[in-house]
Design a protein around this ligand. Structure first.
Ligand code: PLP
Length: 397
């Protein structure tokens, strides 16, 4: 075996269950035809990028291809950071400035940089189950420890009793993700207020701030008017926003997002410097230059997200009618369905017999559920319903 970093080698060799399921789907599609495989494994947006972004990319190339492909400042081009700060303030009145913003290659980079900027070896970062599995990779790679708050399986808000118990002097921060992958749940205003109160209390008790890292690729993907997603900088001073355009503008392959370090925290200058330092140390400087420019005309806009709501309604109503149990998702593009047997992987294997591809919840830090990513065509969902029906019948639902 090569005498290299074994942890990195392991990470590279072990495929995530989501990827493994997706690859299985491709193999199966070759055998029986793509239209006969109901692949709900991947969170890849299925609606086009707003035309204005595509047009802007063409214009940019035609205008000055050399400049467009050149480096920007390490933390991102100044005009881009100014425009994003204005857009945030227009929507949320959050008092953000260009000097709070660091442009990144999407939420994954935003998270990795933020965690590395905050953590020393042995620090702890809290995640609320169920959570995006890559959090563990990001946290452990920063030399920190991921501490998991068990899921509130009643309504997938936050299990506050456990959270209060798990915040200790070692806690450097907590990651939240609302609207949530994998449940689709939006944290209620009450949940957010209670969370911020606890973080303030604990920060005071331990004499060090507990930072709130808010992972927001799904911020705009909310389908019910009463589900509000407050801007966390307005709720808690020690907040780092990890944003991405991957889902709101359907740009996951173009890798563009940003971090906002709240300027309401007294140590803002140091934390922003640490973010720049972590970006440098990790090689995440100068996010894709063309994308830093191409998103500008689309600030404050989104792709046409109406198909996701249509899909959510169709799947939620159909599956619950068939006897499946599922928390009502207000946002993102996921449904979190209770497995009829305790072992969700067993249920996923059974579903494969009907060519329905689902992801078991275990890697999200919560057993006994499956995730359905409904960022697919409505027509595919319609075609899949008889297979879901047969699957339900096989369990006597
Ligand atoms: N966080 C969550 C909760 C996600 O679901 C994803 C991607 O699916 C990411 C972060 C990473 O997003 P990006 O593509 O912007 O890196």
């Amino acid at each position: 075996m090569a005498n290299i970093n074994n942890r990195m080698m392991e990470l590279g060799k072990v495929r995530s269950v989501i990827r493994e399921t997706f690859e299985y789907g491709n193999k199966r599609a070759k055998e029986i035809g793509r239209e006969n495989v109901y692949d709900f494994s991947l969170g890849n947006p299925s609606v086009p990028t707003p035309e204005i972004v595509d047009k802007e990319m063409v214009n940019l190339i035609n205008d000055n291809t050399v400049a467009v492909h050149g480096y920007t400042s390490a933390q991102g081009a100044e005009p881009t950071r100014i425009a994003i700060a204005q857009d945030i303030n227009r929507r949320f009145s959050a008092g953000v400035t260009k000097d709070d913003i660091y442009m990144t290659c999407g939420a994954a980079a935003s998270l990795t940089i933020s965690i590395s900027a905050l953590c020393n070896k042995g620090d702890e970062i809290i995640a609320i189950a169920p959570f995006f599995p890559e959090y563990r990779v990001f946290v452990e790679s920063a030399g920190a420890k991921l501490v998991v708050v068990p899921a509130d399986t009643e309504n997938f808000q936050i299990n506050f009793k456990e959270l209060s118990r798990l915040i200790t002097p070692k806690t450097k921060g907590i990651i939240i993700n609302t609207p949530n992958n994998p449940t689709g749940v939006v944290f209620s205003e009450n949940t957010i207020n209670r969370l911020c109160d606890i973080l303030r209390e604990k920060s005071k008790e331990f004499g060090n701030p507990v930072y709130l890292i808010t992972d927001e690729p799904y911020r705009e993907l909310v389908y019910d008017t009463d589900a509000k997603v407050p801007y966390l900088i307005n709720c808690y001073d020690h907040t780092l926003v990890c944003y991405s355009y991957s889902k709101s503008l359907s740009l996951p392959g173009d890798r563009i997002g940003y971090i906002v370090v709240s300027n309401k925290m007294p140590e803002h200058e140091d934390i922003y410097a640490a973010v720049c330092g972590a970006g440098r140390a990790l090689g995440f400087v100068c996010a894709p230059s063309i994308m830093q420019r191409a998103i500008l005309p689309a600030l404050g806009k989104t792709s046409d997200l109406s198909v996701y709501k249509k899909n959510r309604d169709l799947l939620y109503e159909s599956l619950t009618k068939m006897g499946y149990t599922c928390v009502h998702p207000d946002g993102a593009f996921y449904l979190f369905v209770k497995s009829p047997v305790p072992d969700a992987s067993e249920f996923c294997l059974k579903a494969r017999e009907y060519d329905i591809l689902l992801v078991p919840s275990d890697s999200f830090g919560c057993t006994g559920y499956v995730r359905i990513a409904y960022c697919v065509t409505t027509e595919m969902i319609q075609r899949s319903l008889p297979a879901f029906e047969k699957l339900a019948e096989s369990y006597g639902l």
